[in-house]
Design a protein around this ligand. Structure first.
Ligand SMILES: Nc1ncnc2c1ncn2[C@@H]1O[C@H](COP(=O)(O)OP(=O)(O)OP(=O)(O)O)[C@@H](O)[C@H]1O
Length: 687
C-alpha cells in the first residue's frame, strides 16, 4: 500500500513559523504592553535581558500571557535591578530628549504620537491599513522607557506593517518578514511540560460535546488545555512521529494563536502515515469531526485557508492514490482546495460536496455537517466525494444532463429541423452545430436553393441567419429573398411573365422581415475576407442576434493565403476544423458552398463531392454533403426539375444518403415538392 511520508505535506505549508521580535529593554515595559496587547497576538517573542531572571520558560508562551504571568507569579520579584536597564537620574534629560526624538519619528510615519506613552502600548488604528473595514485598532506601538527604541506592529493579518526607530538613527520601517525567511534551525524545542499543557477539564469537554466531538476523540488526539489567568484555552498539539512540534490554541471564542518559532506542519500527520487515502480539512475541529464520522486518516492545514502555500514544489507529496479535499465551502476554502490539488496532483484528488444547510446556504465545513446532520451524513459526504475536475478531461456523467435533454428532446432541435420539403424529410434535416458542404456545377442553383431553404426554416422555426455571400450584391440578394418570401417577382420584367410584381406594401413588410431574419457579413473594401474574419463576425451575430445558421458562399471568394510550407489540403483541413468548431461551440449550422474543379469530359450529370476543388477534406470533414443539380437539356427531362443529391450524412438522426427532386419556380425562386410519378412521367415524356 503506498504511503504518504509525513513530510509530504510539509512542503505545502506556508513555511516556517511567524514571530515578531520585540526588543524590550525594560521588563516593566514588557509587562505594561502585555496588559494591552490582545491575547490572540501570539507571535511576540520577548528578549528578557535580565541575567538574573529565573522564572519559568515564559518566553515560550505567547507574549501577552507570558508577561501577564510573569507579573503575577514569577518566582523572582520584578525589581529595577533585575528588570534590565533603567535610566539613572542624571540620564533623565537625555532619555527625555530621546523619547521626544522617537515621538517625532513615529509621527513622521503617520503614527499618532500623542497617544503613545513610553512603556505602554495602547491599541491604535494603523495608518497603513486604517484597521480594515471595521477600523479595528490593531497597531501596537511601544516607546521604550529608556528612549533607546520605539517599535510598532500592526496585527491585522492583511497588513502586518511593522517598524522601529532607534534614537538618533534613521527610521527603519517595513512589512513583517515572510515566514519562509525563517530558518528551521530557529525552531524551538517544546514539550507539553514547557507549554504547561493540562488534561482537558469539564469546560473543554462540554465545549467539544456541543460540537459533537466525544471525549474519546479528544483523548486519542491528545487535546489539552492551558490556563491564562481565569481564561481557558484549548490546546491542539501538533506532532510528527510522536514528537511535539508545535501547538495551536484557541479560546472558546474564535481566537487562535500558535506557538511562536515552531514549525508549521499539518495537524494529525501521524494519522496518515502509510495510508493510501487521506482527507485534508481546514481546521483542527474539522479533523476531530472526521474522526467522529469514522475517518482517522485526516489532516488539517495548520493555518486555515492560507493566502498562499509554500513556494517549494511538493516533491515529497506522497504516494497516496486518493486525497479527498474537504476544505471549507467558502471562497478561501475553495481556493485552498484548488491550490492543494494543483500541488498534490489533481489526478489523485477528490473534492467533497457540502450538503445544503437551508434554501440559500450550504454547510461550511465538516463540523457543521456533524453538528447539523450527524456522523453518518458526514460519512456520506466523504463517500460521495467527486473526482477533482481536470480541465479538458471528462466523464460521460459530466454530460448526463445533456444526454437526458437529448433523449427527451427538451431543446427542440435534437432531431434537426425540416428543410420544409417533404421529399427531403428522410434524407436531410438541419441540425444545429453541423457543417453542410454544398456543391454543384456553376449555375446549378446552389445559392438559390440555400436561400429557399433559409426562408423555409425561418417560416417554420423562426431561425435567423448570418449571410456571408460574397458573390451577391446586397440589393440583388434582397430581391431574391423577398421574391421567395412574398412569392411574387420583384419586377414586372421578362422572368416574371404575367405575374404581378410585389406591391410597395408587400415590399415594406418584406424589408422588415429581411432585416429581422438576416444579418450580413460583408467585406466593404476590395480585399477578400479571411475565414477568421468571417467566423469572428458570425460569432458576434450569434451573440448579438441569436442567429442559428451561417452561410458562407462560396469558398473561392475567401482569402486563402496560407504559409508557404502548408499545402492546400492542409489548409482546407485546418479551415474546415475552424468552421466546425465554430458551429459546434455556438450551436450554429454552417452551410459552406464550394465549387467543383473544372470537370473534364463532363456529361451533364451531377458532380461528385470528391470533385470539389482544393481537397478531399471537403467531403471527409463535413457532416453533410449535398450536390445541387439541374437538368439543362429539355430532351432529357423537365428544365425546372432540381435534383438534390444528399451524398453524405454523418449523423443518422438527421437523414441518410439519397436523392430528392424539387421543382423550381423561376418567377419567385421558390422550390416545391413534386410528385415522383409526375417527375418520372415528365422525364419519360420530355415535358
Ligand atoms: N432549376 C433551375 N431552373 C432554371 N433556372 C435556375 C434553376 N436553378 C437556378 N436557376 C437560375 O440559375 C441562376 C444561378 O443560380 P445560383 O446563383 O443559385 O447558382 P449557383 O449554383 O449558386 O451558381 P454559381 O456556381 O455561379 O455560384 C439564377 O439565375 C437562378 O435563377
Amino acid at each position: 500500500m503506498p504511503s504518504i511520508p509525513c513530510g509530504a505535506f510539509q512542503s505545502l505549508l506556508m513555511g516556517g513559523s511567524k514571530y515578531i521580535p520585540v526588543r524590550c529593554s525594560a521588563y516593566a515595559a514588557a509587562a505594561a504592553v502585555a496588559a494591552f496587547v490582545p491575547r490572540r497576538r501570539l507571535h511576540f517573542r520577548v528578549h528578557l535581558r535580565s541575567p538574573h531572571f529565573r522564572g519559568p520558560l515564559y518566553n515560550n508562551l505567547p507574549f501577552c500571557q507570558r508577561s501577564y504571568r510573569a507579573c503575577n507569579h514569577s518566582s523572582v520579584p520584578v525589581t529595577a535591578s533585575n528588570a534590565v536597564k533603567v535610566a539613572r537620574p542624571d540620564d533623565e534629560t537625555i532619555v527625555a530628549k530621546r523619547i521626544a526624538y522617537l515621538k517625532t519619528k513615529i509621527k513622521e510615519v503617520g503614527i499618532d504620537d500623542a497617544a503613545c506613552k513610553p512603556g505602554t502600548s495602547p491599541p491604535l488604528i494603523c495608518p497603513k491599513c486604517g484597521g480594515g473595514s471595521s477600523m479595528e485598532k490593531t497597531l501596537f506601538v511601544l516607546i521604550h522607557e529608556d528612549g533607546d527604541l520605539a517599535t510598532w506592529q500592526c496585527f491585522r493579518g492583511e497588513c502586518g506593517w511593522e517598524g522601529e526607530v532607534q534614537a538618533y538613527k534613521d527610521v527603519k520601517a517595513g512589512f513583517a518578514k515572510k515566514d519562509e525567511d525563517m530558518n528551521a534551525k530557529h525552531y524551538r524545542v517544546i514539550t507539553e511540560k514547557s507549554l504547561q499543557l493540562e488534561p482537558v477539564g469539564e469546560k473543554v469537554i462540554a465545549y467539544f460535546a456541543e460540537r459533537m466531538i466525544s471525549e474519546e476523540t479528544l483523548r486519542r488526539n491528545a487535546i489539552k488545555q492551558c490556563k491564562y489567568g481565569d481564561q481557558i484555552a484549548i490546546a491542539f498539539p501538533y506532532r510528527r512521529n510522536g514528537t511535539l512540534v508545535s501547538c495551536k490554541y484557541r479560546y472558546f471564542s474564535k481566537k487562535f494563536w500558535q506557538e511562536a518559532r515552531t514549525e508549521r506542519i499539518f495537524y494529525g500527520l501521524d494519522d496518515i502515515k502509510q495510508l493510501s487515502e487521506v482527507i485534508i480539512v481546514e481546521g483542527e475541529i474539522d479533523k476531530l469531526s472526521m474522526e467522529e464520522a469514522g475517518y482517522r486518516n485526516c489532516v488539517s492545514v495548520p493555518d486555515g485557508a492560507p493566502a498562499q502555500v509554500s513556494k517549494e514544489p511538493p516533491a515529497a507529496a506522497g504516494e497516496a492514490s486518493r486525497i479527498i479535499l474537504a476544505t471549507d465551502a467558502d471562497g478561501p476554502g475553495q481556493a485552498l482546495a484548488e491550490e492543494l490539488a494543483r500541488r498534490l496532483g489533481k489526478e489523485r484528488c477528490l473534492r467533497v460536496k457540502w450538503p445544503e444547510k437551508d434554501a440559500t446556504e450550504v454547510c461550511k465545513d465538516a463540523n457543521e455537517v456533524l453538528m447539523l446532520y450527524g456522523p453518518d451524513a458526514l460519512k456520506k459526504v466523504i463517500e460521495n466525494s467527486e473526482l477533482y475536475p481536470i480541465r479538458g478531461l471528462f466523464q460521460f456523467s459530466d454530460f448526463f444532463h445533456e444526454v437526458d435533454a437529448y433523449y427527451h428532446q427538451s431543446h427542440g432541435f435534437e432531431l434537426g429541423v425540416s428543410t420544409g420539403w417533404r421529399a427531403l424529410d428522410e434524407l436531410y434535416n438541419v441540425m444545429p452545430g453541423e457543417l453542410t458542404i454544398i456543391t454543384g456545377v456553376p449555375n446549378s442553383g446552389k445559392s438559390e436553393w440555400i436561400d429557399a431553404l433559409l426562408c423555409n426554416i425561418n417560416k417554420n422555426y423562426k431561425w435567423r441567419f448570418a449571410l456571408c455571400s460574397m458573390e451577391n450584391k446586397v440589393r440583388e440578394h434582397a430581391r431574391k429573398l423577398l421574391e421567395k418570401h412574398i412569392g411574387k417577382p420583384f419586377f414586372n420584367v421578362r422572368y416574371g411573365g404575367s405575374t404581378e410584381r410585389m406591391t410597395v406594401q408587400e415590399l415594406e413588410q418584406g424589408k422588415k422581415w429581411l432585416n429581422d431574419t438576416f444579418h450580413l457579413i460583408r467585406c466593404e473594401d476590395d480585399c477578400l475576407p479571411s475565414i477568421n474574419w468571417v467566423l469572428r463576425l458570425a460569432k458576434a451575430a450569434v451573440l448579438r442576434y441569436g442567429v442559428r445558421g451561417l452561410v458562407i458562399d462560396p469558398y473561392n471568394e475567401l482569402d486563402h493565403q496560407r504559409s508557404p510550407n502548408q499545402t492546400e489540403t492542409e489548409y482546407v483541413s485546418q479551415m474546415l476544423t475552424m468552421i466546425k468548431r465554430f458551429a459546434q461551440h455556438y450551436s450554429c449550422h454552417v452551410w459552406f458552398v464550394a465549387h467543383p474543379r473544372q470537370l473534364q469530359n463532363w456529361t451533364g450529370g451531377p458532380p461528385n463531392m470528391y470533385d470539389i476543388s482544393g481537397s478531399a477534406h471537403f467531403i471527409n470533414k463535413c457532416d453533410n454533403g449535398i450536390v445541387i443539380h439541374r437538368n439543362r437539356d429539355a430532351k432529357v427531362g423537365p428544365l425546372d426539375c432540381v435534383q438534390v443529391c444528399v451524398r453524405k450524412v454523418r449523423n443518422k438522426v438527421v437523414g441518410t444518403i439519397g436523392e430528392a427532386f424539387l421543382s423550381y419556380n423561376r418567377i419567385s425562386g421558390e422550390y416545391e415538392d413534386i410528385d415522383v410519378r409526375d417527375i418520372t412521367m415528365r422525364i419519360t415524356t420530355g415535358r
